[in-house]
Design a protein around this ligand. Structure first.
Ligand code: GLA
Ligand code: ZN
Length: 672
């Protein structure tokens, strides 16, 4: 999906906070042009300006602003304003306010906190959305809908626990399980004598009550995600009735409460808000790899280009300490998004608010000195650069040959296993397996267990504890037809109701191993494994498995399981499956991936040698490729080109050894 012929550059614009300062609104347009802004997101939290009293709508101001921007070649992504509720709504109809897990209803205020089942909220939302869509849904300046804002981001778990929601949960369960008997079996409620005998006994998990039925916990999370989505879908239906513009919402990538693979189906294209914690550690590499993973996840949701809907041009205000982006980082991190498939660089926000909690959040225009600031100059320079590369970049996208599985249901279940390691963090383990791919400069798509696997050469599924229905069959067929499947210990433990598989591992035939116990050496016992003549330290779980048909490629070195398999490979049909039994230091994963990529000729296609901290993403069209060579090191780095390439911005031909500045990004194409 492509919106126009320029990489979008701009961001959240909140003129609703400045309506009584027309000179500022005038100045905004002048400055936007100066900063190379061609697109803003409007109306995100403007409900009380659009509907100051129930049923009285005032849209003139918004139309005027959209028109003025359009006259100046600036497009609008138009938001529905439901991210925050006006007082006339929250005070008159308490049912619109969420109830927290402790049973207390929220007071008015803040945002992202409506009850998704409230009929009043739904009705008021339909009305305002209808007004907006009728009036502005065909305006030539408007290019897309932005439904609400960061839906579900209520600072806790995205859930409402009110009586309406509890009732809806029971109905949802009834539909799913049909009989209580089926539900009791699926949730294993005979444990501690908690068999349900009446649907009315079922309540959401509670810190003062039931929270140890894993099946209940899992279904509640599915329900919460689906309820928020249901509300969002109703907004989408409303705007689509009056407008044929594409629809998106700003997602948050690895946002635990919402299963974004389900969500993505509702939108025409995907967008997200990106706030990496730059300059936080000994180096930038973990942060950069995590940002790349988040971009890749978002791109993979629809396997298409996406928009980076928000990012900060300088600083956020919600971390303990909020560091400025160092010179060069703004440009690099913005181009990283583009390198990973974004067709935009959008900010939160255009102009700093004067009051309230975000008054010190970074923005393109500061409280003082207008265009005469470091941040403004950075943004304007980037705007020029984006404009210059637009023609070549648009129409290309990353085309990964490697996929990794990241699945929300697995996320919820594996961290609720009450098992060997109660601090296990699925996302961190996933990122440990992602980062070496990032270091090697190969693009990776990120899929859930329902996605199609066949178009990938390699699928890596770390900590794939829960198997969704149909997953084992898909993996079996994928490997049988020639795919390469890599998984780790603590995989294939439970089915989709969180019941443990009996008798044998559900993919035993494909993996060629039989897992028995799992250890987590800590302090008293330490361990390491030996692979290709090298020792690697254990860093987490150690699966004790027996090789059946699999060949053993690495073994544990110590303790009572010295000599047990730590890495196995099994031929199955035309393909093969690897099982990594232990969690190991990253050097092991690096060595393992290097072997795999070399064997399958999946290495980075830019013919250049680059050191740690420099990486590559490749955007492709059918007839050409663009490579983004990025240096995330805080110091200069040397790279060596083994064949000539052209720098698409300078036209310069590059070959041999060159120096890259700290935080530099060079965009290249094949030399012709
Ligand atoms: C989120 C929200 C924005 C703003 C930024 C601040 O992304 O969508 O409204 O609050 O955070 O970083
Ligand atoms: Zn509710």
């Amino acid at each position: 999906m492509r919106l126009g012929n320029r990489i979008l550059h701009g961001g959240d614009y909140n003129p609703d906070q400045w309506l009584d300062c027309p000179e500022i609104l005038e100045e905004d347009v002048r400055l936007m042009k100066k900063a190379g802004v061609n697109c803003v997101s409007l109306g995100i939290f403007a409900w009380s300006m659009l509907e100051p009293e129930e049923g009285r709508y005032e849209l003139d101001w918004l139309e005027e602003i959209i028109q003025r921007l359009y006259d100046n070649d600036i497009h609008t992504i138009l938001a529905t304003p439901t991210g925050a509720m006006p007082h006339w709504l929250t005070d008159q109809y308490e049912e619109v306010r969420q109830v927290r897990e402790d049973g207390v209803r929220n007071d008015a205020g803040k945002r992202h906190n409506y009850c998704p089942r409230s009929l009043v909220m739904r009705e008021k939302t339909r009305r305002i959305d209808q007004k907006l869509a009728e009036r502005l849904g065909r305006h030539p300046g408007v290019i897309s809908w932005h439904i609400s804002n960061e839906i579900g981001n209520n600072g806790i778990d995205g859930a409402c626990y009110c009586a309406n929601c509890q009732q809806a949960f029971r109905e949802w369960l009834q539909k799913k399980y049909d009989t209580l008997d089926t539900l009791n079996k699926a949730w294993w409620t005979a444990f501690w004598s908690h068999t349900y005998t009446d649907w009315a006994q079922i309540k959401s998990p509670s810190s003062r009550g039931e929270n140890l039925l894993h099946g209940l916990n899992l279904d509640w999370k599915r329900f919460v995600s689906s309820q928020q989505l249901d509300f969002c879908r109703e907004e989408i239906r409303t705007v689509r009735k009056y407008s044929s513009l594409p629809v998106t919402t700003n997602l948050m990538a690895f946002f635990r409460p919402l299963d974004y693979f389900q969500w993505a189906k509702a939108f025409d294209f995907v967008s997200w808000d990106c706030y990496p914690d730059w300059h936080s550690g000994a180096d930038e590499l973990d942060t950069a790899a995590e940002a790349a993973a988040a971009h890749s996840l978002v791109r993979s949701l629809k396997r298409d280009n996406f928009l980076m809907m928000e990012s900060t041009p300088s600083v956020v205000n919600w971390r303990e300490k909020n560091r400025l982006k160092r010179p060069g980082m703004h440009e690099l991190s913005s181009l990283q998004a583009v390198a990973c498939g974004s067709d935009s660089v959008q900010y939160f926000q255009w102009r700093k608010s004067r009051g309230s909690s975000e008054k010190y959040h970074g923005a393109v225009v500061d409280h003082k000195y207008g265009e005469d600031t470091r941040v403004f100059r950075d943004v304007a320079r980037l705007g020029e650069r984006l404009l210059q590369i637009s023609e070549k970049v648009l129409g290309t996208c990353n085309q990964a040959r490697i996929a990794m599985i990241f699945d929300w249901e697995n996320w919820w279940a594996v961290e609720d296993a009450n098992a060997i390691d109660n601090h296990i963090q699925y996302q961190s383990v996933f990122l440990e397996y992602f980062r070496p791919f990032w270091e090697l400069g190969v693009d990776v798509d990120i899929l859930d267990m329902d996605c199609e696997l066949d178009s990938y050469d390699v699928v890596v599924a770390p900590l794939n504890y829960l198997y969704r229905k149909g997953y084992t069959d898909r993996v079996r067929q994928y490997v049988d037809k020639g795919g390469c499947y890599v998984t780790t210990c603590w995989s294939g433990e439970v089915d989709d109701t969180d019941l443990v598989y009996l008798e044998k591992h559900p993919l035993e035939d494909v993996l060629g191993i039989a897992p028995e116990e799992v250890d987590v050496p800590d302090g008293y016992c330490e361990n390491s494994i030996r692979f290709q003549g090298q020792s690697y330290q254990i860093t987490g779980l150690c699966g004790l498995v027996h090789a059946k048909s699999a060949e053993v490629l690495a073994q544990y070195q110590h303790d009572f399981y010295a000599g047990y398999p730590a890495l196995t490979r099994n031929i199955y049909g035309k393909g093969e499956a690897y099982y990594i039994a232990s969690m190991n230091e990253m050097d092991f994963i690096r060595a393992f991936y290097r072997m795999l990529l070399h064997e399958k000729e999946l290495e980075c296609r830019l013919n250049v040698k680059f050191p740690m901290g420099v990486t590559v993403n490749e955007r492709r069209a059918s007839d050409r490729s663009l490579w983004f060579l990025q240096n995330f090191n805080r110091t200069a780095a040397y790279v060596e080109f083994l064949e000539p390439y052209t720098n698409i911005e300078t036209g310069e031909v590059i070959n041999g050894k060159i120096m890259m500045e700290a935080f530099e990004c060079i965009i290249l194409e094949k030399f012709k």
